[in-house]
Ligand binder design. Sequence first.
Ligand code: CTP
Length: 510
Amino acid sequence: MNEYMKNCDLAAIITALGGRQALQDLLDVGPSAISNYLARGELPQRAHAPVCEALRLRGYQVHPGSLEILGQTQLAGGTGPTTNFRSDRPAQRVLLIVGGGIAAYKALEVARRLQDHNVEVTGVMTTGAQQFITPLSLAALTASQVYTDLFSLTDEAEMGHIRLAREADLVIVAPATANLMARAANGLADDLATTILLATTAPVLMAPAMNPAMWQHPATAENVARLANRGIQFVGPTAGDMACGEDGVGRLAEPAAIVQAALNCLSADSQPDDLSGLHAIVTSGPTVEPIDSVRFIANRSSGKQGHAIASALAARGAEVTLVSGPVSLPAPANVRLVQVESATEMLAACEAALPADIAVCAAAVADWRVENASSGKLKKTGNGQPPSLTLVENPDILNSLSTHQLRPDLVIGFAAEASDLQDNARAKLARKGCDWIVANAVTRSDGSSVFNSDMNSASLITGETAIDWPMMTKAELAVRLVNHITDHMADRLQAATLRDLVSQSASNRT
Ligand code: CTP
């Protein structure tokens, strides 16, 4: 199942990266995952590209297959010469749009690192970007002309902007400033960058970078949501010290992370199939509890997070049964969708889907249903008295799966909490008997709701540890969760194999 890189000198890699915390941050895993990797002396396959990139950015020459550190260039810190490991497959083409922000210089690193992966980069720079870096630097690093002007006669004669937009396999915007995203979200085409974004049919990856207050502003959140709704992928921003002296979420993702996200976009099917052979059940959306034949009790869940998780699991090769209440989302690719209405139906569908290795309960299940729902339409009595509805508690699907005879190896619940997020989530984890809880606040600091939004922030609570995920798209949060699931399942599989070996050798002895 999970392909691990054997025999890499992990201790040397950790030292070269600057310590365990650096590796944790890079891979977005907790301390126990690093301990597991060290115990095994190997890293999961998905860690390969980001670790390789991060080492190279720190000036190390790395063997791409084994991650062996071959030496360090004199100019450690990302500006030293590198070895290009090129493969025989045809190069893919990336159009790199550099926006006007202080982080523009990091786009140079992105351009260079992409070429290490047999990717041809053509640069496009906004007027603002040229205040920070010169087209000449980008042209020198990409060995290709850099385009800056929508109405350049020479550029248009050489390669019209439509062709430029169409010939790319992927368009990356890094840094994506608040202004550039706002213009793209509104479909403006008032310069070369926005015209390309409107004309391209290629996937688009944006790496936002801006002041934390600008990132948090509802206008930016709305623009990001609109872009995400149109299928634009995002990487970052991350939290940390900003060039403006403030601290918060708004930093451009590290070049290694942008390169990794770009490689994922370029070949979605090159994602490791490390969950192949495993069955996952995901619940999603609201449940709808009938009052009578036309009325019901429901909630505002959109199903976006649950569907994104199902999609991310399927992308990693899992066989996925998505049990969903009524939502207006299309079924994600490569999942088996079971549509249900009520909590009772959702439980029955989940139990029918067992056995499974993984269960993720992301549905907002109604806690109660009407005891005697009427089969017809309730009529007004005429005496001004409303009908009285008796509510009974619904089955708890998460708890039922956690305590089932065919309990999946890993059961994950969600906890939407209005207060004391982590304490309430831990209590819920114990009460429900699940392994992990993804805890999120129902209402954000700005008063907006997580329901129906494309963005989410959460804490992943796994036993003693809690990992905080800042605000990001629900799709990105799903990928992060699935990365953790993949690591966990790899551990379980290895332990199981070990048990098999021990019992086999015991039976050989008898
Ligand atoms: N859940 C479930 N079945 C239910 C209720 C909840 O499977 N009948 C699952 C949800 O899918 C989620 C987790 O339990 O994974 C927590 O849901 P939440 O609504 O936060 O918790 P409740 O059990 O309803 O607790 P409370 O509302 O009292 O906090």
